[in-house]
Design a protein around this ligand. Structure first.
Ligand code: HEM
Length: 442
Protein backbone atom coordinates (compact mmCIF):
# COMPACT_ATOMS: atom_id res chain seq x y z
CA UNK A 1 0.00 0.00 0.00
CA UNK A 2 2.95 2.37 -0.11
CA UNK A 3 2.74 3.35 -3.75
CA UNK A 4 1.01 6.64 -4.39
CA UNK A 5 0.04 7.54 -7.94
CA UNK A 6 1.85 10.38 -9.70
CA UNK A 7 0.09 13.00 -11.78
CA UNK A 8 -0.87 11.82 -15.24
CA UNK A 9 0.16 15.13 -16.80
CA UNK A 10 3.64 14.85 -18.32
CA UNK A 11 4.58 18.31 -17.06
CA UNK A 12 4.40 17.02 -13.50
CA UNK A 13 7.06 14.40 -14.17
CA UNK A 14 9.44 16.95 -15.65
CA UNK A 15 9.08 19.29 -12.70
CA UNK A 16 7.66 21.97 -15.01
CA UNK A 17 4.22 21.63 -13.53
CA UNK A 18 3.19 24.59 -11.36
CA UNK A 19 1.75 22.13 -8.82
CA UNK A 20 5.34 21.28 -8.10
CA UNK A 21 6.52 24.85 -8.43
CA UNK A 22 3.90 26.48 -6.25
CA UNK A 23 3.22 28.74 -9.24
CA UNK A 24 0.51 31.36 -9.44
CA UNK A 25 -0.88 34.14 -11.55
CA UNK A 26 2.03 36.20 -10.25
CA UNK A 27 4.90 33.76 -10.79
CA UNK A 28 3.51 31.53 -13.52
CA UNK A 29 1.30 31.84 -16.55
CA UNK A 30 -2.35 32.22 -15.67
CA UNK A 31 -4.50 29.58 -17.28
CA UNK A 32 -6.25 30.49 -20.51
CA UNK A 33 -9.49 29.55 -18.82
CA UNK A 34 -11.04 32.87 -17.81
CA UNK A 35 -8.12 33.88 -15.63
CA UNK A 36 -8.24 30.66 -13.63
CA UNK A 37 -4.77 30.18 -12.10
CA UNK A 38 -4.87 26.90 -10.15
CA UNK A 39 -2.38 27.91 -7.43
CA UNK A 40 -3.17 31.59 -6.95
CA UNK A 41 -5.15 31.63 -3.74
CA UNK A 42 -5.36 35.27 -2.74
CA UNK A 43 -8.53 35.97 -4.74
CA UNK A 44 -9.56 33.04 -6.92
CA UNK A 45 -13.28 33.91 -6.73
CA UNK A 46 -13.70 36.09 -9.88
CA UNK A 47 -12.17 33.31 -11.99
CA UNK A 48 -14.40 30.73 -10.27
CA UNK A 49 -17.47 32.80 -11.22
CA UNK A 50 -16.29 33.00 -14.83
CA UNK A 51 -15.69 29.25 -14.94
CA UNK A 52 -19.15 28.46 -13.56
CA UNK A 53 -20.66 30.74 -16.17
CA UNK A 54 -18.61 29.73 -19.21
CA UNK A 55 -16.78 26.44 -18.70
CA UNK A 56 -18.21 24.62 -15.68
CA UNK A 57 -16.27 21.47 -16.54
CA UNK A 58 -13.02 22.12 -18.38
CA UNK A 59 -9.66 20.45 -18.92
CA UNK A 60 -6.84 22.61 -17.59
CA UNK A 61 -3.72 21.82 -19.62
CA UNK A 62 -1.51 23.58 -17.08
CA UNK A 63 -2.15 20.94 -14.41
CA UNK A 64 -3.63 18.10 -16.45
CA UNK A 65 -6.88 18.02 -14.47
CA UNK A 66 -10.55 18.33 -15.36
CA UNK A 67 -11.71 21.25 -13.21
CA UNK A 68 -15.32 21.17 -11.98
CA UNK A 69 -16.83 24.39 -10.62
CA UNK A 70 -20.66 24.16 -10.31
CA UNK A 71 -22.26 23.10 -7.05
CA UNK A 72 -24.43 20.28 -8.44
CA UNK A 73 -21.54 18.75 -10.42
CA UNK A 74 -19.09 18.93 -7.49
CA UNK A 75 -21.58 17.37 -5.10
CA UNK A 76 -22.64 14.61 -7.53
CA UNK A 77 -18.99 13.72 -8.24
CA UNK A 78 -18.14 13.51 -4.53
CA UNK A 79 -21.21 11.33 -4.06
CA UNK A 80 -20.43 8.83 -6.84
CA UNK A 81 -17.51 6.92 -5.32
CA UNK A 82 -18.10 3.90 -7.54
CA UNK A 83 -17.07 5.97 -10.59
CA UNK A 84 -14.88 8.68 -9.01
CA UNK A 85 -12.25 7.24 -6.71
CA UNK A 86 -10.37 9.23 -4.06
CA UNK A 87 -7.17 7.21 -4.61
CA UNK A 88 -5.31 10.29 -5.96
CA UNK A 89 -6.38 12.56 -3.06
CA UNK A 90 -2.99 12.35 -1.30
CA UNK A 91 -0.75 11.73 -4.32
CA UNK A 92 2.56 13.60 -4.29
CA UNK A 93 2.61 16.13 -7.09
CA UNK A 94 6.39 15.97 -7.44
CA UNK A 95 8.07 12.62 -8.00
CA UNK A 96 10.35 11.57 -5.14
CA UNK A 97 14.05 11.84 -5.94
CA UNK A 98 16.41 8.87 -5.68
CA UNK A 99 18.11 10.07 -2.48
CA UNK A 100 14.81 10.73 -0.68
CA UNK A 101 13.47 7.37 -1.81
CA UNK A 102 16.53 5.59 -0.43
CA UNK A 103 16.27 7.44 2.91
CA UNK A 104 12.60 6.57 3.20
CA UNK A 105 13.04 2.93 2.18
CA UNK A 106 16.02 2.47 4.52
CA UNK A 107 14.08 4.17 7.31
CA UNK A 108 11.18 1.75 6.91
CA UNK A 109 8.74 4.43 5.76
CA UNK A 110 5.58 2.60 4.68
CA UNK A 111 2.88 5.08 5.75
CA UNK A 112 -0.25 5.35 3.67
CA UNK A 113 -3.31 7.58 3.86
CA UNK A 114 -5.38 6.92 6.99
CA UNK A 115 -8.75 7.09 5.22
CA UNK A 116 -9.11 9.82 2.61
CA UNK A 117 -7.24 8.06 -0.24
CA UNK A 118 -8.42 4.57 0.70
CA UNK A 119 -11.28 3.09 -1.28
CA UNK A 120 -14.04 0.58 -0.45
CA UNK A 121 -14.14 -2.08 0.81
CA UNK A 122 -10.96 -1.22 2.78
CA UNK A 123 -12.20 2.33 3.44
CA UNK A 124 -15.64 1.11 4.60
CA UNK A 125 -14.10 -1.35 7.08
CA UNK A 126 -11.61 1.13 8.54
CA UNK A 127 -13.94 4.12 8.67
CA UNK A 128 -16.55 2.12 10.61
CA UNK A 129 -13.91 1.40 13.28
CA UNK A 130 -12.25 4.82 13.38
CA UNK A 131 -15.43 6.90 13.42
CA UNK A 132 -16.56 5.20 16.64
CA UNK A 133 -13.73 7.14 18.30
CA UNK A 134 -14.96 10.55 17.12
CA UNK A 135 -17.70 10.84 19.71
CA UNK A 136 -19.35 13.89 21.31
CA UNK A 137 -18.21 12.43 24.67
CA UNK A 138 -14.58 12.60 23.59
CA UNK A 139 -14.99 16.18 22.32
CA UNK A 140 -16.67 17.26 25.54
CA UNK A 141 -13.65 16.06 27.51
CA UNK A 142 -11.36 18.15 25.32
CA UNK A 143 -13.41 21.33 25.67
CA UNK A 144 -12.00 22.75 28.97
CA UNK A 145 -8.41 22.39 27.77
CA UNK A 146 -9.22 24.05 24.44
CA UNK A 147 -10.88 26.94 26.32
CA UNK A 148 -7.93 27.32 28.71
CA UNK A 149 -5.46 27.29 25.83
CA UNK A 150 -7.49 29.88 23.95
CA UNK A 151 -7.80 32.21 26.95
CA UNK A 152 -4.06 31.90 27.67
CA UNK A 153 -3.00 32.59 24.08
CA UNK A 154 -5.39 35.54 23.80
CA UNK A 155 -4.08 37.01 27.05
CA UNK A 156 -0.50 36.66 25.82
CA UNK A 157 -1.35 38.39 22.56
CA UNK A 158 -3.33 41.18 24.23
CA UNK A 159 -0.48 41.87 26.67
CA UNK A 160 1.77 42.95 23.83
CA UNK A 161 2.70 46.63 24.31
CA UNK A 162 2.46 47.37 20.58
CA UNK A 163 -1.27 46.60 20.79
CA UNK A 164 -0.80 44.62 17.61
CA UNK A 165 -0.70 40.92 16.91
CA UNK A 166 -1.02 38.23 14.27
CA UNK A 167 -4.12 36.22 15.13
CA UNK A 168 -2.85 33.35 12.98
CA UNK A 169 0.50 32.87 14.71
CA UNK A 170 -0.48 34.14 18.15
CA UNK A 171 -3.68 32.11 18.58
CA UNK A 172 -4.83 29.96 15.66
CA UNK A 173 -1.74 27.79 15.15
CA UNK A 174 -1.33 26.28 18.60
CA UNK A 175 -4.92 25.46 19.55
CA UNK A 176 -5.75 22.68 17.05
CA UNK A 177 -2.20 21.32 17.22
CA UNK A 178 -2.35 20.86 21.00
CA UNK A 179 -5.84 19.36 20.62
CA UNK A 180 -4.87 16.74 18.06
CA UNK A 181 -1.77 15.77 20.03
CA UNK A 182 -3.93 15.36 23.14
CA UNK A 183 -6.31 13.17 21.17
CA UNK A 184 -3.40 10.93 20.23
CA UNK A 185 -1.89 10.87 23.71
CA UNK A 186 1.04 13.23 23.08
CA UNK A 187 1.93 16.18 25.32
CA UNK A 188 1.98 19.85 24.21
CA UNK A 189 5.78 19.97 24.56
CA UNK A 190 5.90 18.11 21.23
CA UNK A 191 3.96 20.76 19.28
CA UNK A 192 6.95 22.20 17.41
CA UNK A 193 8.36 18.77 16.53
CA UNK A 194 5.02 17.60 15.15
CA UNK A 195 4.55 20.91 13.34
CA UNK A 196 7.95 20.40 11.68
CA UNK A 197 6.96 16.90 10.57
CA UNK A 198 3.60 18.15 9.26
CA UNK A 199 5.34 20.87 7.27
CA UNK A 200 7.58 18.21 5.74
CA UNK A 201 4.55 16.15 4.86
CA UNK A 202 2.92 19.15 3.14
CA UNK A 203 6.15 19.96 1.30
CA UNK A 204 6.67 16.38 0.13
CA UNK A 205 3.05 16.07 -1.06
CA UNK A 206 2.31 19.54 -2.43
CA UNK A 207 5.62 21.38 -2.65
CA UNK A 208 8.27 22.36 -5.15
CA UNK A 209 11.37 20.59 -3.91
CA UNK A 210 14.45 19.68 -5.87
CA UNK A 211 15.87 16.23 -5.22
CA UNK A 212 18.40 17.74 -2.78
CA UNK A 213 15.78 19.82 -0.98
CA UNK A 214 13.72 16.69 -0.41
CA UNK A 215 16.44 15.08 1.70
CA UNK A 216 15.82 16.75 5.10
CA UNK A 217 12.07 16.31 4.62
CA UNK A 218 12.59 12.63 3.84
CA UNK A 219 14.41 12.25 7.18
CA UNK A 220 11.55 14.08 8.92
CA UNK A 221 8.96 11.78 7.35
CA UNK A 222 10.89 8.74 8.55
CA UNK A 223 10.93 10.20 12.09
CA UNK A 224 7.24 11.10 11.85
CA UNK A 225 6.27 7.57 10.73
CA UNK A 226 8.55 5.96 13.34
CA UNK A 227 6.73 8.03 15.97
CA UNK A 228 3.33 6.82 14.68
CA UNK A 229 4.54 3.21 14.97
CA UNK A 230 5.83 4.00 18.49
CA UNK A 231 2.45 5.39 19.53
CA UNK A 232 0.83 2.10 18.48
CA UNK A 233 3.38 -0.12 20.24
CA UNK A 234 3.15 2.09 23.32
CA UNK A 235 -0.64 1.59 23.35
CA UNK A 236 -0.11 -2.20 23.12
CA UNK A 237 2.25 -2.07 26.13
CA UNK A 238 -0.31 -0.10 28.13
CA UNK A 239 -3.01 -2.60 27.25
CA UNK A 240 -0.75 -5.52 28.23
CA UNK A 241 -0.19 -3.86 31.62
CA UNK A 242 -3.94 -3.25 32.03
CA UNK A 243 -3.34 0.50 32.05
CA UNK A 244 -5.92 2.87 30.59
CA UNK A 245 -4.34 4.90 27.78
CA UNK A 246 -7.30 7.29 27.55
CA UNK A 247 -6.56 8.41 24.01
CA UNK A 248 -7.60 7.55 20.46
CA UNK A 249 -4.61 5.30 19.66
CA UNK A 250 -5.14 3.28 22.82
CA UNK A 251 -8.85 2.90 22.05
CA UNK A 252 -8.13 1.65 18.52
CA UNK A 253 -5.61 -0.88 19.84
CA UNK A 254 -8.13 -1.97 22.47
CA UNK A 255 -10.85 -2.32 19.79
CA UNK A 256 -8.44 -4.45 17.78
CA UNK A 257 -7.82 -6.69 20.82
CA UNK A 258 -11.53 -7.44 21.07
CA UNK A 259 -12.00 -8.25 17.41
CA UNK A 260 -12.13 -5.03 15.34
CA UNK A 261 -10.47 -5.72 11.99
CA UNK A 262 -7.76 -3.08 11.92
CA UNK A 263 -4.03 -3.81 11.77
CA UNK A 264 -1.25 -2.02 13.65
CA UNK A 265 -0.04 -0.59 10.34
CA UNK A 266 -3.51 0.80 9.63
CA UNK A 267 -3.76 2.37 13.09
CA UNK A 268 -0.35 3.98 12.60
CA UNK A 269 -1.50 5.28 9.20
CA UNK A 270 -4.58 6.79 10.85
CA UNK A 271 -2.24 8.59 13.30
CA UNK A 272 -0.06 9.71 10.39
CA UNK A 273 -3.09 11.25 8.66
CA UNK A 274 -4.77 12.75 11.73
CA UNK A 275 -1.57 14.48 12.76
CA UNK A 276 -1.86 16.53 9.58
CA UNK A 277 -5.62 16.65 8.85
CA UNK A 278 -6.38 17.44 12.47
CA UNK A 279 -4.73 20.85 12.75
CA UNK A 280 -3.73 22.52 9.48
CA UNK A 281 -7.27 23.06 8.18
CA UNK A 282 -8.62 24.04 11.61
CA UNK A 283 -5.93 26.68 12.06
CA UNK A 284 -7.11 28.11 8.74
CA UNK A 285 -10.79 27.92 9.76
CA UNK A 286 -10.07 29.82 12.99
CA UNK A 287 -8.04 32.45 11.12
CA UNK A 288 -10.68 32.83 8.42
CA UNK A 289 -13.58 33.13 10.85
CA UNK A 290 -11.92 35.96 12.78
CA UNK A 291 -10.68 37.56 9.56
CA UNK A 292 -14.07 37.52 7.80
CA UNK A 293 -15.95 38.72 10.88
CA UNK A 294 -13.54 41.61 11.40
CA UNK A 295 -13.65 42.43 7.69
CA UNK A 296 -17.45 42.65 8.04
CA UNK A 297 -17.86 44.69 11.26
CA UNK A 298 -21.69 44.55 11.13
CA UNK A 299 -21.49 40.74 11.39
CA UNK A 300 -18.98 40.98 14.29
CA UNK A 301 -21.39 43.36 16.01
CA UNK A 302 -24.25 40.86 15.58
CA UNK A 303 -22.20 38.25 17.45
CA UNK A 304 -21.32 40.68 20.22
CA UNK A 305 -25.04 41.23 20.71
CA UNK A 306 -26.04 37.58 20.29
CA UNK A 307 -23.26 34.97 20.66
CA UNK A 308 -25.78 32.20 19.97
CA UNK A 309 -25.26 33.12 16.29
CA UNK A 310 -21.63 31.90 16.39
CA UNK A 311 -22.33 28.45 14.85
CA UNK A 312 -24.15 30.15 11.96
CA UNK A 313 -21.17 32.49 11.47
CA UNK A 314 -18.86 29.47 11.33
CA UNK A 315 -21.00 27.76 8.69
CA UNK A 316 -20.98 30.95 6.65
CA UNK A 317 -17.18 31.18 6.96
CA UNK A 318 -16.86 27.58 5.79
CA UNK A 319 -19.05 28.44 2.79
CA UNK A 320 -17.49 31.80 1.96
CA UNK A 321 -13.85 31.16 2.80
CA UNK A 322 -13.14 27.41 2.99
CA UNK A 323 -9.81 26.05 4.23
CA UNK A 324 -9.74 23.65 1.27
CA UNK A 325 -10.96 25.04 -2.07
CA UNK A 326 -10.21 22.04 -4.28
CA UNK A 327 -10.03 18.28 -3.69
CA UNK A 328 -9.07 15.47 -6.04
CA UNK A 329 -10.78 12.46 -7.57
CA UNK A 330 -9.92 10.00 -10.37
CA UNK A 331 -12.37 8.61 -12.96
CA UNK A 332 -12.34 4.81 -12.89
CA UNK A 333 -14.29 4.37 -16.15
CA UNK A 334 -15.26 6.45 -19.18
CA UNK A 335 -17.92 8.78 -17.86
CA UNK A 336 -19.20 12.36 -17.97
CA UNK A 337 -19.66 15.33 -15.66
CA UNK A 338 -22.18 18.03 -16.57
CA UNK A 339 -22.34 16.65 -20.12
CA UNK A 340 -18.55 16.75 -20.65
CA UNK A 341 -16.92 13.42 -21.53
CA UNK A 342 -14.35 12.27 -18.95
CA UNK A 343 -12.10 9.39 -20.07
CA UNK A 344 -11.22 6.57 -17.64
CA UNK A 345 -8.09 7.41 -15.65
CA UNK A 346 -8.64 11.19 -15.75
CA UNK A 347 -7.67 13.30 -12.78
CA UNK A 348 -10.38 15.64 -11.56
CA UNK A 349 -10.20 18.73 -9.34
CA UNK A 350 -13.47 19.51 -7.56
CA UNK A 351 -13.60 23.24 -6.72
CA UNK A 352 -15.59 23.42 -3.49
CA UNK A 353 -14.49 27.05 -3.14
CA UNK A 354 -16.43 27.74 -6.33
CA UNK A 355 -19.38 25.43 -5.63
CA UNK A 356 -19.96 27.30 -2.37
CA UNK A 357 -20.52 30.51 -4.34
CA UNK A 358 -22.84 29.04 -6.96
CA UNK A 359 -25.81 31.39 -7.32
CA UNK A 360 -28.11 28.48 -8.21
CA UNK A 361 -27.69 27.17 -4.65
CA UNK A 362 -26.86 30.25 -2.56
CA UNK A 363 -28.64 33.59 -2.95
CA UNK A 364 -26.27 36.55 -3.34
CA UNK A 365 -23.36 34.15 -3.02
CA UNK A 366 -20.63 36.82 -2.93
CA UNK A 367 -22.07 38.34 0.27
CA UNK A 368 -20.79 37.22 3.69
CA UNK A 369 -24.03 36.92 5.66
CA UNK A 370 -24.22 35.09 8.99
CA UNK A 371 -28.02 35.02 8.72
CA UNK A 372 -27.92 32.93 5.53
CA UNK A 373 -30.37 30.06 5.99
CA UNK A 374 -28.62 27.39 3.92
CA UNK A 375 -24.93 28.12 4.62
CA UNK A 376 -24.63 24.59 6.07
CA UNK A 377 -25.06 23.15 2.59
CA UNK A 378 -21.48 24.17 1.76
CA UNK A 379 -19.18 21.42 0.43
CA UNK A 380 -16.09 22.42 2.41
CA UNK A 381 -15.95 19.09 4.28
CA UNK A 382 -16.55 17.12 1.06
CA UNK A 383 -19.63 14.97 0.63
CA UNK A 384 -20.46 11.26 0.64
CA UNK A 385 -18.44 8.38 2.02
CA UNK A 386 -15.30 10.45 2.75
CA UNK A 387 -17.17 13.31 4.45
CA UNK A 388 -14.74 14.86 6.95
CA UNK A 389 -14.61 12.84 10.14
CA UNK A 390 -13.27 15.76 12.17
CA UNK A 391 -15.84 18.38 11.15
CA UNK A 392 -17.47 18.63 14.58
CA UNK A 393 -14.13 18.89 16.34
CA UNK A 394 -13.01 21.66 13.96
CA UNK A 395 -16.24 23.62 14.50
CA UNK A 396 -16.15 23.16 18.26
CA UNK A 397 -12.63 24.60 18.48
CA UNK A 398 -13.55 27.50 16.23
CA UNK A 399 -16.67 28.23 18.33
CA UNK A 400 -14.61 28.35 21.53
CA UNK A 401 -12.07 30.71 19.95
CA UNK A 402 -14.77 33.08 18.69
CA UNK A 403 -16.57 33.04 22.07
CA UNK A 404 -13.37 33.80 23.99
CA UNK A 405 -12.23 36.46 21.51
CA UNK A 406 -15.56 38.31 21.63
CA UNK A 407 -15.22 38.40 25.42
CA UNK A 408 -11.52 39.28 25.65
CA UNK A 409 -11.23 41.67 22.71
CA UNK A 410 -14.62 43.03 21.58
CA UNK A 411 -12.86 45.97 19.88
CA UNK A 412 -10.50 43.82 17.81
CA UNK A 413 -9.88 45.12 14.27
CA UNK A 414 -7.95 44.00 11.21
CA UNK A 415 -4.91 45.98 10.12
CA UNK A 416 -4.26 46.36 6.40
CA UNK A 417 -6.96 43.84 5.52
CA UNK A 418 -6.43 44.47 1.82
CA UNK A 419 -2.80 43.34 2.13
CA UNK A 420 -3.60 39.88 3.51
CA UNK A 421 -2.33 37.25 1.10
CA UNK A 422 -2.85 33.51 0.84
CA UNK A 423 -0.07 31.01 0.08
CA UNK A 424 0.08 29.43 -3.38
CA UNK A 425 -1.42 25.96 -3.35
CA UNK A 426 -3.65 23.68 -5.39
CA UNK A 427 -6.01 22.77 -2.53
CA UNK A 428 -5.33 24.63 0.71
CA UNK A 429 -6.27 28.33 0.88
CA UNK A 430 -4.59 29.65 3.99
CA UNK A 431 -3.75 33.27 4.87
CA UNK A 432 -0.07 33.84 5.61
CA UNK A 433 -0.93 36.25 8.47
CA UNK A 434 -3.98 37.88 10.07
CA UNK A 435 -2.70 41.21 11.51
CA UNK A 436 -4.96 42.66 14.19
CA UNK A 437 -5.03 45.53 16.67
CA UNK A 438 -7.04 46.29 19.77
CA UNK A 439 -5.57 49.72 20.40
CA UNK A 440 -6.85 53.18 19.51
CA UNK A 441 -4.55 53.88 16.60
CA UNK A 442 -4.70 52.10 13.27
C1 HEM B 1 -11.89 23.22 9.01
C2 HEM B 1 -11.34 22.07 9.22
C3 HEM B 1 -11.41 20.92 8.27
C4 HEM B 1 -11.72 20.91 6.93
C5 HEM B 1 -12.10 22.08 6.03
C6 HEM B 1 -11.63 19.53 6.49
C7 HEM B 1 -11.88 19.10 5.20
C8 HEM B 1 -11.89 17.79 4.80
C9 HEM B 1 -12.15 17.35 3.45
C10 HEM B 1 -12.44 18.25 2.27
C11 HEM B 1 -12.06 16.00 3.43
C12 HEM B 1 -12.20 15.09 2.22
C13 HEM B 1 -13.66 14.77 2.00
C14 HEM B 1 -13.92 13.94 0.75
O1 HEM B 1 -12.98 13.41 0.13
O2 HEM B 1 -15.12 13.81 0.39
C15 HEM B 1 -11.74 15.58 4.78
C16 HEM B 1 -11.58 14.28 5.17
C17 HEM B 1 -11.16 13.92 6.42
N1 HEM B 1 -10.94 14.74 7.50
FE1 HEM B 1 -11.20 16.73 7.56
N2 HEM B 1 -11.27 18.75 7.56
C18 HEM B 1 -11.13 19.56 8.66
C19 HEM B 1 -10.78 19.17 9.93
C20 HEM B 1 -10.51 17.89 10.31
C21 HEM B 1 -10.15 17.48 11.65
C22 HEM B 1 -10.04 18.40 12.85
C23 HEM B 1 -9.95 16.13 11.60
C24 HEM B 1 -9.56 15.17 12.69
C25 HEM B 1 -9.34 15.42 13.92
C26 HEM B 1 -10.21 15.70 10.24
C27 HEM B 1 -10.14 14.40 9.81
C28 HEM B 1 -10.50 13.98 8.55
C29 HEM B 1 -10.45 12.58 8.14
C30 HEM B 1 -10.02 11.39 8.99
C31 HEM B 1 -10.87 12.54 6.80
C32 HEM B 1 -10.97 11.33 5.89
C33 HEM B 1 -12.38 10.77 5.95
C34 HEM B 1 -12.58 9.61 5.01
O3 HEM B 1 -11.90 9.51 3.98
O4 HEM B 1 -13.45 8.77 5.30
N3 HEM B 1 -10.54 16.79 9.50
N4 HEM B 1 -11.65 16.69 5.60
Amino acid sequence: MTAQPALAHPAAATGQCPVARGGSAENGAASAHHGYAPFAMTDPFPSYAALRENEPVMFDEEIGYFVVSRYDDVKATFDNWQVFSSENAQAPVRARGAAATTIMNDGGFTAYSGLSARIPPEHTRMRAIVQKEFTPRRYKKLEPTIRENTARLLQQMLAHPSERGDFLKDVAVDIPTITILGLLGVGPEMVSTYKKWSDSRAAMTWGDLSDDEQIPHAHNLVDYWTECLRLVSNAHEQLDKNENGDNLVFDLVQAQSIGSEISDHEIASVCYSLLFAGHETTTTLISNTIRELLAHPAEWQKLLEDPSRIPAAIDETLRFSPSIVGWRRKALVDTEIGGVAIPAGSNILLLMGSANRDGDTFEQPETFDINRVNARNHLSFGFGIHYCLGNMLAKMQDKIVVEETLKAAPGLRLIDAEKIVFGDNLSFRAPTAVPVTWGDQK
